[in-house]
Ligand binder design. Sequence first.
Ligand code: G6P
Length: 372
Amino acid sequence: AAAEKGGYATFMEKEINEQPHAVGDTLLGRTDDEGRLVLDQTELSEDDLRSIDKIVIIACGTAAYAGMVAKYAIEHWTRIPVEVELAHEFRYRDPVIDEQTLVVSISQSGETMDTLMAVRHARELGARTLSICNTHGSTIPRESDAVLYTHAGPEIAVASTKAFLAQITASYVLGLYLAQLRGGTYADEAQSVMKELQGMPAKIEELLGRMGRVKEIARFMADTRSVLFLGRHVGYPVAMEGALKLKELAYIHAEGFAAGELKHGPIALIDAGQPVFIVVPSPDTAHGLHGKVVSNIQEIRARGARTIVIAEDGDEEVVPFADEVIRIPQSSPLLAPLLSVVPLQVFALHLSTAKGLDVDQPRNLAKSVTVE
Ligand code: G6P
Protein backbone atom coordinates (compact mmCIF):
# COMPACT_ATOMS: atom_id res chain seq x y z
CA ALA A 1 0.00 0.00 0.00
CA ALA A 2 2.92 2.34 0.75
CA ALA A 3 4.15 1.85 -2.82
CA GLU A 4 0.70 2.68 -4.20
CA LYS A 5 0.92 5.95 -2.33
CA GLY A 6 4.23 6.75 -4.00
CA GLY A 7 6.00 7.32 -0.71
CA TYR A 8 3.32 9.64 0.68
CA ALA A 9 1.45 8.88 3.90
CA THR A 10 -1.96 9.19 2.25
CA PHE A 11 -3.50 9.11 -1.21
CA MET A 12 -4.71 12.64 -0.68
CA GLU A 13 -1.20 13.96 -0.11
CA LYS A 14 -0.03 12.08 -3.20
CA GLU A 15 -2.89 13.48 -5.27
CA ILE A 16 -2.29 17.04 -4.08
CA ASN A 17 1.29 16.65 -5.24
CA GLU A 18 0.15 15.27 -8.60
CA GLN A 19 -1.74 18.46 -9.39
CA PRO A 20 0.88 19.97 -11.70
CA HIS A 21 0.57 16.81 -13.83
CA ALA A 22 -3.21 16.75 -13.64
CA VAL A 23 -3.35 20.26 -15.08
CA GLY A 24 -0.57 19.67 -17.63
CA ASP A 25 -2.08 16.40 -18.87
CA THR A 26 -5.54 17.93 -19.16
CA LEU A 27 -4.06 20.51 -21.54
CA LEU A 28 -2.31 17.95 -23.76
CA GLY A 29 -3.49 17.44 -27.32
CA ARG A 30 -6.08 20.21 -27.25
CA THR A 31 -5.12 21.88 -30.54
CA ASP A 32 -5.35 20.60 -34.12
CA ASP A 33 -2.84 21.30 -36.92
CA GLU A 34 -4.35 24.73 -37.56
CA GLY A 35 -3.93 25.69 -33.90
CA ARG A 36 -7.68 25.36 -33.21
CA LEU A 37 -8.93 23.92 -29.95
CA VAL A 38 -10.78 20.58 -30.11
CA LEU A 39 -13.15 18.49 -27.96
CA ASP A 40 -12.40 14.80 -27.30
CA GLN A 41 -15.65 13.45 -28.67
CA THR A 42 -18.61 15.21 -30.14
CA GLU A 43 -21.83 14.52 -31.95
CA LEU A 44 -22.53 18.23 -32.05
CA SER A 45 -21.84 20.19 -35.22
CA GLU A 46 -20.08 23.54 -35.14
CA ASP A 47 -23.41 25.07 -36.19
CA ASP A 48 -25.11 23.49 -33.17
CA LEU A 49 -22.47 25.02 -30.94
CA ARG A 50 -22.66 28.42 -32.63
CA SER A 51 -26.40 28.53 -31.98
CA ILE A 52 -26.04 28.00 -28.22
CA ASP A 53 -27.52 30.98 -26.35
CA LYS A 54 -27.20 29.73 -22.78
CA ILE A 55 -24.97 27.37 -20.82
CA VAL A 56 -26.11 25.60 -17.67
CA ILE A 57 -23.41 23.85 -15.64
CA ILE A 58 -24.59 21.03 -13.39
CA ALA A 59 -22.53 19.14 -10.82
CA CYS A 60 -22.32 18.15 -7.15
CA GLY A 61 -19.81 18.82 -4.39
CA THR A 62 -16.35 19.93 -5.40
CA ALA A 63 -17.23 19.63 -9.09
CA ALA A 64 -19.94 22.27 -8.58
CA TYR A 65 -17.30 24.70 -7.28
CA ALA A 66 -15.25 24.04 -10.40
CA GLY A 67 -18.45 24.96 -12.26
CA MET A 68 -18.69 28.26 -10.39
CA VAL A 69 -15.13 29.14 -11.44
CA ALA A 70 -16.04 28.13 -14.99
CA LYS A 71 -18.95 30.58 -15.04
CA TYR A 72 -16.67 33.57 -14.52
CA ALA A 73 -14.25 32.48 -17.23
CA ILE A 74 -16.73 31.25 -19.85
CA GLU A 75 -19.00 34.30 -19.61
CA HIS A 76 -16.00 36.60 -19.85
CA TRP A 77 -14.52 34.88 -22.89
CA THR A 78 -17.69 33.98 -24.81
CA ARG A 79 -20.39 36.43 -23.63
CA ILE A 80 -22.76 33.44 -23.43
CA PRO A 81 -24.82 33.58 -20.21
CA VAL A 82 -23.80 30.77 -17.86
CA GLU A 83 -25.79 29.43 -14.91
CA VAL A 84 -24.38 26.98 -12.40
CA GLU A 85 -26.66 24.71 -10.49
CA LEU A 86 -26.42 21.75 -8.17
CA ALA A 87 -27.56 18.78 -10.24
CA HIS A 88 -30.15 17.59 -7.71
CA GLU A 89 -31.80 21.03 -7.62
CA PHE A 90 -31.76 21.46 -11.39
CA ARG A 91 -33.46 18.13 -11.99
CA TYR A 92 -36.51 18.87 -9.87
CA ARG A 93 -37.34 22.50 -10.52
CA ASP A 94 -38.68 22.65 -14.06
CA PRO A 95 -35.66 24.44 -15.61
CA VAL A 96 -36.10 26.63 -18.70
CA ILE A 97 -33.90 24.99 -21.32
CA ASP A 98 -34.21 24.01 -24.98
CA GLU A 99 -32.08 22.94 -27.95
CA GLN A 100 -30.15 26.19 -27.81
CA THR A 101 -29.01 25.43 -24.27
CA LEU A 102 -25.71 23.66 -23.68
CA VAL A 103 -25.89 21.71 -20.44
CA VAL A 104 -22.36 21.05 -19.20
CA SER A 105 -22.00 18.39 -16.51
CA ILE A 106 -18.83 18.18 -14.44
CA SER A 107 -18.07 14.90 -12.67
CA GLN A 108 -14.86 13.15 -11.65
CA SER A 109 -16.42 9.68 -11.57
CA GLY A 110 -18.99 10.08 -14.32
CA GLU A 111 -21.30 7.97 -12.15
CA THR A 112 -22.79 10.44 -9.65
CA MET A 113 -26.49 9.60 -9.78
CA ASP A 114 -27.72 13.14 -9.08
CA THR A 115 -25.64 14.47 -11.98
CA LEU A 116 -26.59 11.62 -14.31
CA MET A 117 -30.32 12.16 -13.65
CA ALA A 118 -29.90 15.85 -14.38
CA VAL A 119 -28.12 15.09 -17.68
CA ARG A 120 -30.92 12.71 -18.68
CA HIS A 121 -33.51 15.33 -17.79
CA ALA A 122 -31.68 17.95 -19.87
CA ARG A 123 -31.67 15.60 -22.87
CA GLU A 124 -35.39 14.93 -22.49
CA LEU A 125 -35.95 18.66 -22.67
CA GLY A 126 -33.94 18.82 -25.90
CA ALA A 127 -30.79 20.48 -24.60
CA ARG A 128 -27.32 19.71 -25.97
CA THR A 129 -25.15 18.02 -23.37
CA LEU A 130 -21.41 18.12 -22.82
CA SER A 131 -19.59 16.14 -20.15
CA ILE A 132 -16.37 17.19 -18.41
CA CYS A 133 -15.29 13.91 -16.82
CA ASN A 134 -12.22 12.14 -15.44
CA THR A 135 -13.33 8.56 -16.07
CA HIS A 136 -13.21 7.19 -19.61
CA GLY A 137 -16.28 5.27 -20.68
CA SER A 138 -18.29 6.05 -17.55
CA THR A 139 -22.03 6.58 -17.76
CA ILE A 140 -22.28 10.39 -17.93
CA PRO A 141 -19.90 10.87 -20.89
CA ARG A 142 -21.53 7.89 -22.67
CA GLU A 143 -24.91 9.58 -22.38
CA SER A 144 -23.69 13.04 -23.43
CA ASP A 145 -23.46 14.61 -26.91
CA ALA A 146 -19.89 15.78 -26.40
CA VAL A 147 -17.05 15.04 -23.99
CA LEU A 148 -13.99 16.84 -22.69
CA TYR A 149 -11.95 14.46 -20.55
CA THR A 150 -9.86 15.64 -17.65
CA HIS A 151 -6.61 13.70 -17.37
CA ALA A 152 -6.04 13.80 -13.64
CA GLY A 153 -5.51 10.02 -13.46
CA PRO A 154 -7.37 7.87 -10.93
CA GLU A 155 -8.33 9.77 -7.79
CA ILE A 156 -8.50 7.47 -4.75
CA ALA A 157 -8.91 9.83 -1.77
CA VAL A 158 -12.59 10.54 -1.18
CA ALA A 159 -12.04 14.30 -0.96
CA SER A 160 -11.33 15.59 -4.44
CA THR A 161 -8.15 17.61 -5.14
CA LYS A 162 -6.38 16.94 -8.43
CA ALA A 163 -9.68 16.23 -10.19
CA PHE A 164 -10.85 19.70 -9.11
CA LEU A 165 -7.85 21.43 -10.69
CA ALA A 166 -8.30 19.33 -13.82
CA GLN A 167 -12.02 20.24 -13.97
CA ILE A 168 -11.21 23.94 -13.76
CA THR A 169 -8.56 23.51 -16.46
CA ALA A 170 -10.99 21.67 -18.76
CA SER A 171 -13.58 24.40 -18.18
CA TYR A 172 -11.10 27.02 -19.34
CA VAL A 173 -10.40 24.95 -22.44
CA LEU A 174 -14.14 24.70 -23.12
CA GLY A 175 -14.56 28.46 -22.73
CA LEU A 176 -11.67 29.19 -25.07
CA TYR A 177 -12.92 26.57 -27.54
CA LEU A 178 -16.34 28.24 -27.67
CA ALA A 179 -14.77 31.69 -27.91
CA GLN A 180 -12.69 30.57 -30.89
CA LEU A 181 -15.59 28.80 -32.58
CA ARG A 182 -17.96 31.72 -32.28
CA GLY A 183 -15.49 34.51 -33.05
CA GLY A 184 -15.58 37.80 -31.18
CA THR A 185 -13.27 39.68 -28.90
CA TYR A 186 -11.67 36.74 -27.18
CA ALA A 187 -11.23 34.46 -30.19
CA ASP A 188 -7.79 35.92 -30.79
CA GLU A 189 -6.81 35.72 -27.17
CA ALA A 190 -7.50 32.00 -26.87
CA GLN A 191 -3.92 31.24 -27.90
CA SER A 192 -2.36 33.55 -25.33
CA VAL A 193 -4.58 32.27 -22.50
CA MET A 194 -3.70 28.70 -23.51
CA LYS A 195 -0.07 29.72 -23.31
CA GLU A 196 -0.50 31.06 -19.81
CA LEU A 197 -2.34 27.86 -18.86
CA GLN A 198 0.62 25.81 -20.11
CA GLY A 199 2.73 27.66 -17.57
CA MET A 200 0.44 26.88 -14.63
CA PRO A 201 1.84 23.41 -13.77
CA ALA A 202 5.27 24.94 -13.02
CA LYS A 203 3.63 27.57 -10.80
CA ILE A 204 1.62 24.92 -8.91
CA GLU A 205 4.82 22.91 -8.46
CA GLU A 206 6.59 25.93 -7.04
CA LEU A 207 3.66 26.64 -4.72
CA LEU A 208 3.66 23.05 -3.42
CA GLY A 209 7.24 23.61 -2.36
CA ARG A 210 6.20 26.53 -0.15
CA MET A 211 3.66 24.81 2.08
CA GLY A 212 5.75 24.54 5.27
CA ARG A 213 4.02 27.40 7.08
CA VAL A 214 0.55 26.17 6.06
CA LYS A 215 1.31 22.80 7.67
CA GLU A 216 2.41 24.55 10.86
CA ILE A 217 -0.73 26.69 10.97
CA ALA A 218 -2.82 23.52 10.54
CA ARG A 219 -1.07 21.83 13.45
CA PHE A 220 -1.59 24.85 15.72
CA MET A 221 -5.28 24.87 14.84
CA ALA A 222 -6.08 21.23 15.69
CA ASP A 223 -8.50 22.31 18.46
CA THR A 224 -10.30 24.95 16.42
CA ARG A 225 -14.11 24.61 16.38
CA SER A 226 -15.00 26.87 13.48
CA VAL A 227 -13.23 28.41 10.50
CA LEU A 228 -14.57 30.94 8.00
CA PHE A 229 -13.42 31.43 4.41
CA LEU A 230 -13.96 34.61 2.41
CA GLY A 231 -13.42 35.15 -1.28
CA ARG A 232 -14.59 37.32 -4.09
CA HIS A 233 -14.90 36.87 -7.87
CA VAL A 234 -13.25 33.50 -8.71
CA GLY A 235 -11.97 33.44 -5.13
CA TYR A 236 -15.55 32.98 -3.93
CA PRO A 237 -15.87 29.37 -5.15
CA VAL A 238 -12.33 28.77 -3.87
CA ALA A 239 -13.47 29.90 -0.40
CA MET A 240 -16.46 27.52 -0.62
CA GLU A 241 -14.16 24.68 -1.62
CA GLY A 242 -11.76 25.48 1.23
CA ALA A 243 -14.68 25.24 3.68
CA LEU A 244 -15.91 21.98 2.12
CA LYS A 245 -12.47 20.40 2.40
CA LEU A 246 -12.34 21.26 6.10
CA LYS A 247 -15.80 19.82 6.77
CA GLU A 248 -15.04 16.65 4.83
CA LEU A 249 -11.59 15.98 6.26
CA ALA A 250 -11.41 17.53 9.72
CA TYR A 251 -15.12 17.53 10.72
CA ILE A 252 -14.82 21.18 11.66
CA HIS A 253 -17.63 23.64 11.16
CA ALA A 254 -16.58 25.78 8.22
CA GLU A 255 -18.35 28.23 5.97
CA GLY A 256 -17.36 29.96 2.78
CA PHE A 257 -18.74 33.41 2.02
CA ALA A 258 -18.60 35.93 -0.77
CA ALA A 259 -16.55 38.73 0.78
CA GLY A 260 -19.05 41.35 -0.39
CA GLU A 261 -21.76 39.58 1.60
CA LEU A 262 -19.85 39.99 4.86
CA LYS A 263 -21.58 43.21 5.90
CA HIS A 264 -24.98 41.70 5.09
CA GLY A 265 -24.77 39.13 7.86
CA PRO A 266 -21.70 36.99 8.35
CA ILE A 267 -19.71 39.77 10.03
CA ALA A 268 -21.87 39.15 13.10
CA LEU A 269 -20.02 35.86 13.50
CA ILE A 270 -16.67 37.58 13.96
CA ASP A 271 -15.41 37.74 17.52
CA ALA A 272 -12.05 37.56 19.22
CA GLY A 273 -9.83 34.82 17.84
CA GLN A 274 -12.19 33.64 15.07
CA PRO A 275 -9.93 32.24 12.33
CA VAL A 276 -10.79 33.57 8.87
CA PHE A 277 -9.07 32.65 5.63
CA ILE A 278 -9.31 35.34 2.98
CA VAL A 279 -8.68 34.49 -0.67
CA VAL A 280 -7.53 37.87 -1.99
CA PRO A 281 -8.18 38.62 -5.68
CA SER A 282 -5.18 39.42 -7.82
CA PRO A 283 -4.44 43.17 -7.72
CA ASP A 284 -5.19 43.15 -11.49
CA THR A 285 -8.82 42.06 -11.00
CA ALA A 286 -11.23 44.52 -12.63
CA HIS A 287 -13.34 47.07 -10.74
CA GLY A 288 -10.93 47.51 -7.84
CA LEU A 289 -12.05 44.29 -6.17
CA HIS A 290 -8.64 43.82 -4.62
CA GLY A 291 -8.98 47.02 -2.60
CA LYS A 292 -12.49 46.08 -1.49
CA VAL A 293 -11.29 42.75 -0.14
CA VAL A 294 -8.36 44.43 1.64
CA SER A 295 -10.97 46.63 3.37
CA ASN A 296 -12.87 43.49 4.40
CA ILE A 297 -9.72 42.09 5.99
CA GLN A 298 -9.23 45.35 7.87
CA GLU A 299 -12.85 45.29 9.12
CA ILE A 300 -12.76 41.76 10.46
CA ARG A 301 -9.33 42.19 11.99
CA ALA A 302 -10.60 45.27 13.86
CA ARG A 303 -13.27 42.96 15.35
CA GLY A 304 -10.69 40.48 16.59
CA ALA A 305 -10.59 37.93 13.77
CA ARG A 306 -7.39 36.01 13.21
CA THR A 307 -6.76 36.68 9.53
CA ILE A 308 -4.99 34.13 7.35
CA VAL A 309 -4.57 35.80 4.01
CA ILE A 310 -3.89 34.10 0.69
CA ALA A 311 -2.35 36.70 -1.56
CA GLU A 312 -0.17 36.95 -4.65
CA ASP A 313 3.56 37.45 -4.48
CA GLY A 314 4.25 41.18 -4.33
CA ASP A 315 0.83 42.14 -2.92
CA GLU A 316 1.99 44.30 0.00
CA GLU A 317 -1.35 46.00 0.72
CA VAL A 318 -2.63 43.00 2.66
CA VAL A 319 0.34 42.83 5.02
CA PRO A 320 -0.75 45.35 7.71
CA PHE A 321 -4.04 43.45 8.30
CA ALA A 322 -2.80 39.87 8.09
CA ASP A 323 -1.88 37.64 11.00
CA GLU A 324 -0.52 35.23 8.43
CA VAL A 325 0.19 35.75 4.74
CA ILE A 326 0.29 32.72 2.50
CA ARG A 327 1.87 33.63 -0.82
CA ILE A 328 0.84 32.27 -4.21
CA PRO A 329 2.57 32.94 -7.55
CA GLN A 330 1.14 35.69 -9.76
CA SER A 331 -1.31 34.83 -12.56
CA SER A 332 -4.06 36.53 -14.50
CA PRO A 333 -7.14 36.92 -12.31
CA LEU A 334 -9.31 34.24 -13.96
CA LEU A 335 -6.64 31.54 -13.67
CA ALA A 336 -5.82 32.18 -10.01
CA PRO A 337 -8.07 29.40 -8.57
CA LEU A 338 -5.57 26.82 -9.86
CA LEU A 339 -3.18 28.29 -7.30
CA SER A 340 -5.25 29.77 -4.49
CA VAL A 341 -7.07 26.53 -3.64
CA VAL A 342 -3.84 24.57 -3.09
CA PRO A 343 -2.98 26.00 0.37
CA LEU A 344 -6.58 25.34 1.47
CA GLN A 345 -6.30 21.68 0.44
CA VAL A 346 -2.97 21.35 2.25
CA PHE A 347 -4.43 23.06 5.32
CA ALA A 348 -7.39 20.65 5.52
CA LEU A 349 -5.13 17.63 4.95
CA HIS A 350 -2.77 18.58 7.77
CA LEU A 351 -5.49 19.61 10.18
CA SER A 352 -7.15 16.24 9.65
CA THR A 353 -3.81 14.51 10.18
CA ALA A 354 -3.15 16.55 13.33
CA LYS A 355 -6.51 15.33 14.68
CA GLY A 356 -5.55 11.74 13.93
CA LEU A 357 -8.36 11.26 11.42
CA ASP A 358 -8.54 9.05 8.34
CA VAL A 359 -7.67 11.50 5.58
CA ASP A 360 -8.45 9.23 2.65
CA GLN A 361 -11.72 7.79 3.97
CA PRO A 362 -13.58 10.43 5.96
CA ARG A 363 -16.57 9.20 7.93
CA ASN A 364 -19.98 9.00 6.23
CA LEU A 365 -18.67 9.88 2.76
CA ALA A 366 -18.31 7.89 -0.45
CA LYS A 367 -16.05 8.64 -3.40
CA SER A 368 -18.85 8.25 -5.83
CA VAL A 369 -22.48 8.58 -4.77
CA THR A 370 -24.43 6.30 -7.07
CA VAL A 371 -27.80 6.71 -5.39
CA GLU A 372 -30.07 9.74 -5.50
C1 G6P B 1 -19.00 12.88 -3.64
C2 G6P B 1 -17.54 13.07 -3.24
C3 G6P B 1 -17.09 14.49 -3.57
C4 G6P B 1 -17.37 14.81 -5.01
C5 G6P B 1 -18.84 14.60 -5.37
C6 G6P B 1 -19.09 14.67 -6.87
O1 G6P B 1 -19.83 13.61 -2.79
O2 G6P B 1 -17.37 12.79 -1.87
O3 G6P B 1 -15.69 14.61 -3.32
O4 G6P B 1 -17.02 16.16 -5.25
O5 G6P B 1 -19.23 13.29 -4.98
O6 G6P B 1 -18.46 13.57 -7.49
P1 G6P B 1 -18.18 13.48 -9.02
O7 G6P B 1 -17.59 12.11 -9.23
O8 G6P B 1 -19.50 13.62 -9.72
O9 G6P B 1 -17.24 14.57 -9.39
